[in-house]
Design a protein around this ligand. Structure first.
Ligand SMILES: [Zn+2]
Length: 254
């Protein structure tokens, strides 16, 4: 089993985002381009090429939607977009943003790893509205039923934050990418819970983890059909059956 994690570099070469104070003295785009490459290197070292795929995507020339279309075509299990924060010189700390419910667990895993590595103030996981009046909302609404998060590991406008992030950059890359991959791999490693049997007389297969998502054409499944669990999203399971993939409510599986 493999986990495919897409790293999206925030902003573009022409519009590179906030500029951090010394010792970083770079915009978000340049600093995170380098961080993203560190992430692909450490992921390969820590997990090996057979177990994970980590690919870097850019918004240059194609915009947010174009970048996430590439992410989805690649078949990513999740996306992590890289930024850093900027506000007044005294604002500080780490936060991770998410929009969809299924993204919250991944956001929490990456936030915990970030705080443990940098040791900066834990500002928690939050939605873009709560964090900054909607910044990041569009990026975080592109992945449909797959988790999507946006990282703001420090304030580039804060001297202490910037110094710490620069000092621990490689450790930050390793901690964030391994937290994300471990989160994605966790259900795959639990072999005894992989196979489930449908107990309802007819079970709808949906395009996402909730009744608001569309029913997929290859369903419904009849009682006794066997499905393979790919990933849990709370009470909803993302499963495979005869080459099809989709979401079912776990109350109708045994
Ligand atoms: Zn940004």
């Amino acid at each position: 089993m493999t986990a495919k994690l897409a790293i999206v570099v925030g902003h573009t070469k022409n519009s590179p985002g906030a500029e951090a104070v010394a010792p970083i003295s770079q915009h978000e785009y340049e600093w995170n381009k380098d961080l993203a490459l560190m992430m692909t290197q450490t992921a390969l070292q820590d997990f090996g090429p057979g177990k994970v795929g980590v690919e870097v995507f850019y918004r240059d020339g194609i915009g947010i939607t174009g970048a996430y279309n590439q992410v989805k075509e690649w078949g990513a299990d999740a996306a992590m977009e890289l930024h850093f924060n900027a506000f007044t010189p005294t604002a500080n700390g780490s936060e991770t943003l998410y929009v969809t419910d299924i993204s919250k667990g991944l956001a929490q895993a990456v936030q915990a790893a970030t705080v443990a590595t940098l040791g900066l103030k834990d500002r928690g996981v939050k939605t873009p509205q709560a964090a900054s009046g909607g910044r990041g909302q569009r990026s975080l609404s592109q992945m449909g039923p797959r988790p999507s998060i946006l990282t703001e590991p420090f304030f580039g406008s804060n001297e202490g934050d910037a110094a710490q992030a620069q000092e621990c950059k490689r450790e930050l890359a390793a901690a964030q990418v391994s937290a994300a991959i471990n989160y994605l791999l966790t259900p795959f490693d639990n072999d005894d819970e992989r196979e489930w049997v449908v107990t309802a007389s007819s079970l709808n297969i949906r395009g996402g983890p909730g009744v608001e998502f569309e029913k997929l054409g290859w369903g419904p499944l009849n009682k006794g059909a066997k499905v393979a669990l790919i990933k849990r999203y709370g009470d909803w399971f993302f499963v495979a059956h005869n080459g099809g993939e989709g979401f079912v409510h776990s109350a109708y599986l045994a």
